[in-house]
Design a protein around this ligand. Structure first.
Ligand code: IMP
Ligand code: MG
Length: 170
C-alpha cells in the first residue's frame, strides 16, 4: 500500500515550535511542570515538544491501550501508570491523537484523581469529528476522519518512525 503525506516533517516541526512558545506564554518559564506522555503514540511528539519548552520540567509516561486491530473498541485499559506522584503539580498530558475522546476522558479522570494543581492537554492531532475538542487545550493539527499513521502513530505496530503524518492510498 502507498502512503500519502498529509502533514510534512517541516510543517510538524514549525508548528511544534509555535506550540512551544504558546505553552511557555501560558505557564511562564520559572515554575516546574510535569509532562506526561501517552505511550506509545506520543513518544515522538513529546520528544520534539519538550525541546521547545524553556522551563524546568519532568517527563513521565503512562501507557493505555484502546484500539484492537485498528478498531476502536471503546474500552480503555491502563497498562502502566506514572512513576512519580503529581499531587500539587502543573501537569501537561501529551497525546498523539484525539478521536472519539474515550481515551482522553479516561486519562483525565485517572489523572485528576491524583490531585494535580492543574491539568492541561496537548495533542499533536485532533480528528475533526467534533466530539472532544473542549477537552484539548493545545492542538497542532486538525485531521480529517481517516486513519493516519507516522510520527508516532501506528498501524498494527508499524510506521511509527516516519517523520511525517500520512494516510494510506491505493
Ligand atoms: P479515541 O479514544 O477514540 O480518542 O482514540 C485515541 C487513541 O486511538 C489515540 O491515542 C491513538 O492511539 C488511537 N488512534 C485514533 N485514531 C487513530 C489514527 O487515525 N491512527 C492511529 N491511531 C489512532
Ligand atoms: Mg494513543
Amino acid at each position: 500500500m502507498k502512503i500519502e503525506t498529509l502533514i510534512s516533517a517541516d510543517e510538524i516541526q514549525g508548528r511544534i515550535a509555535e506550540l512551544g512558545k504558546e505553552i511557555e506564554r501560558d505557564y511562564g518559564t520559572k515554575g516546574e511542570i510535569v509532562v506526561v506522555g501517552v505511550l506509545k503514540g506520543a513518544f515522538m511528539f513529546m520528544s520534539d515538544l519538550v525541546r521547545h519548552l524553556n522551563m524546568p520540567l519532568r517527563c513521565d509516561f503512562l501507557r493505555v491501550s484502546s484500539y484492537d486491530h485498528d478498531k476502536n473498541t471503546g474500552q480503555v485499559r491502563m497498562e502502566f501508570d506514572l512513576t512519580q506522584p503529581i499531587v500539587g503539580s502543573d501537569v501537561l498530558l501529551v497525546e498523539d491523537i484525539v478521536d472519539s475522546g474515550n481515551t482522553l476522558r479516561y486519562l483525565l479522570e485517572h489523572l485528576h484523581a491524583k490531585k494535580p494543581k492543574s491539568l492541561k492537554v496537548a495533542s499533536l492531532l485532533y480528528k475533526d469529528t467534533g466530539k472532544a475538542r473542549k477537552l484539548v487545550d493545545y492542538v497542532c493539527f486538525n485531521v480529517p476522519n481517516k486513519y493516519v499513521i507516522g510520527y508516532g502513530l501506528d498501524s498494527e505496530g508499524l510506521y511509527r518512525s516516519l517523520p511525517f503524518v500520512g494516510v494510506f492510498s491505493k
